[in-house]
Design a protein around this ligand. Structure first.
Ligand code: FE2
Ligand code: FE2
Length: 512
């Protein structure tokens, strides 16, 4: 067995017998004959076990035992005491002092050796368990540190995702491409802490060069002169390499080197090609960090996310614009069909759209509601397609029956637009443009607030234009006379909207 044993006894014979026996077992021994010597040797020898006689000179065995046991670092060093009288109080005192065991004199040397082996075996096992514990604790701490890292990373990603989700929501609400580009530029600058950004885009989703659409931080006059044609070396490079391109990394064999260098010298660091269904819809150039540091891994991840959100936002806004122009041309065809049927109202729809649009803006409707009012105004008389031309064009007085037919045009119109999904929102305006606040209108006899603000706007625009246009049976009123006619019917028309119309005329925005 291995181990250091300190044997303390004032009887040299006892010491000799014990140490010899222990040495034979393979232990290294040290001895002391009094308490002072014992404590000194204990410090120097650092034993694994102490065999300690109770009655020793200078400092007795109990005090020596107490001294050793009271020190935390000696907790694993067993003290076996040897006493003359194991039944006396002094034996109990030894246990209280921290001794593992009291052996009564005279003892058998085999008992001492057996006890030593047993205690040291236990100490070894304890030591192994302790080491395992330390190992486990270290691994646990490492695991905890790894967990903290993963947790931090997850938290960061969740925050990024939330930011991007909010951004995507916001971007999808923006229909106006210029407004969208402006918001995108601010987002790139704010989220990445960069000094400049520039966005180039195509006129439409599938044609044209990529020209400057907006940016900040770099001289706009220089950027406006730039454009990327679809067969430029840089675009070809971006198409074949994809993702985010570092303009600072250049290879002499790479054909886009010159374009990369040019953009890098302008102050841009990264470049991204926006692609939708293999169409290149734009390029994003991002400048250097404001703090002059390199982009971190997180910055690049965020840049890539932002570029993809920007691509979706821009594609949506372009699709929306294209859809919008398709709607408008459809509406124009419909309107020309109405006016061809009723030549006396030539230009009427166009003017009603103009008045209604200006009034909707003055009233403070949202951009979307202003659009609905424009659509509604353009289509308000579409139901006249279902009215016989001879009734529409009749210059003499209409019979009651003919009036009934004429008065059915809002309902017919509402039924026509009902089946056109993209015009659905304008349906209410088509059906209710002849309703009046006092309930005297048609077809539903709605009153006051029952008539939507849009329908009230179209009603005023429509009536005002009818009054101020020539008809086969009367001359047109002047704008001032038209206003005074509307004011005379204040119980029928919204007075606030009339006032907006007056303001628009007085400011010269609406003129003959
Ligand atoms: Fe009408
Ligand atoms: Fe009309």
């Amino acid at each position: 067995m291995n181990g250091n044993i300190l044997v303390v006894d004032d009887d040299p014979n006892v010491v000799e017998v014990i140490t010899e026996s222990l040495n034979r077992e393979g232990y290294v021994t040290e001895s002391a004959s009094d308490g002072e010597d014992a404590l000194l040797k204990f410090e120097r020898f650092d034993p694994d076990l102490v065999i300690l006689d109770v009655h020793i000179p200078k400092i007795d065995g109990f005090q020596v035992c107490s001294h050793i046991s009271s020190n935390e670092k000696n907790y694993d060093t067993p003290v076996v005491m040897i006493s003359d009288d194991i039944l006396s109080d002094s034996a109990m005192e030894g246990l209280k002092c921290g001794a593992k065991e009291i052996i009564k004199k005279p003892f058998s040397i085999d008992e001492i050796v057996a006890k030593t082996n047993s205690y040291l075996l236990q100490a070894d096992e304890k030591k192994v368990i302790k080491e395992k514990n330390i190992l486990l604790k270290t691994e646990l701490q490492k695991g905890r540190a790894d967990y903290d890292d993963v947790h931090r990373e997850l938290k960061r990603k969740i925050l990024n995702l939330r930011t991007l989700f909010d951004l995507s929501q916001d971007l999808n609400k923006l229909r106006d491409p210029q407004e969208l580009i402006h918001v995108l530029c601010l987002t790139f600058i704010g989220q990445l802490g960069i000094s400049s950004v520039a966005i180039f885009n195509a006129e439409s989703l599938d044609t044209g060069k990529l020209t400057f659409a907006g940016g900040t931080g770099i001289q706009e006059n220089v950027l406006r002169t730039l454009s990327f044609s679809r067969d430029s070396k840089l675009i070809e490079y971006l198409v074949s390499n994809g993702g985010v391109l570092d303009l600072g990394v250049r290879d002499i064999s790479d054909e886009a080197t010159e374009e990369k260098k040019f953009l890098f010298d302008l102050g841009f660091k990264y470049c991204f090609l926006m692609v939708v269904k293999s169409n290149h819809i734009g390029v994003i150039l991002a400048g250097k960090k404001i703090n002059n540091q390199e982009y971190s891994e997180n910055d690049l991840e965020m840049f890539s996310f932002l570029c993809h959100s920007a691509t979706n936002g821009l594609a949506n806004s372009k699709l929306y614009s294209e859809l919008q122009s398709t709607y408008l041309s459809t509406i124009k065809v419909l309107v020309s069909t109405i006016e061809a049927k009723d030549p006396y109202t030539n230009g009427h729809t166009k003017r009603v759209v103009k008045f209604a649009k200006l009034l909707a803006e003055k009233v403070g409707l949202s951009k979307k509601d202003q659009e609905i009012v424009s659509f509604g105004a353009a289509l308000h008389d579409i139901g006249k397609l279902g009215v016989y031309e001879n009734i529409l064009n009749k210059s003499s007085e209409l019979t009651e029956k003919e009036w009934k037919v004429i008065k059915s045009h809002p309902e017919i119109g509402a039924n026509i637009v009902k089946d056109m999904k993209f015009l659905e929102s304008a349906r209410d305006l088509v059906r209710h443009h002849h309703e009046r606040l006092d309930g005297s209108g048609y077809p539903d006899g709605l009153r006051g607030e029952e008539i939507s603000i849009g329908a009230r706007i179209v009603a005023i625009a429509d009536s005002f234009d009818a009054m101020t246009s020539d008809r086969p049976y009367r001359k047109a009123l002047s704008y001032l006379e038209g206003i005074s006619q509307l004011k005379k019917q204040i119980n029928k028309f919204d007075k606030e909207i009339i006032q907006h119309l007056v303001d628009l005329i007085e400011s010269g925005t609406i003129h003959k």
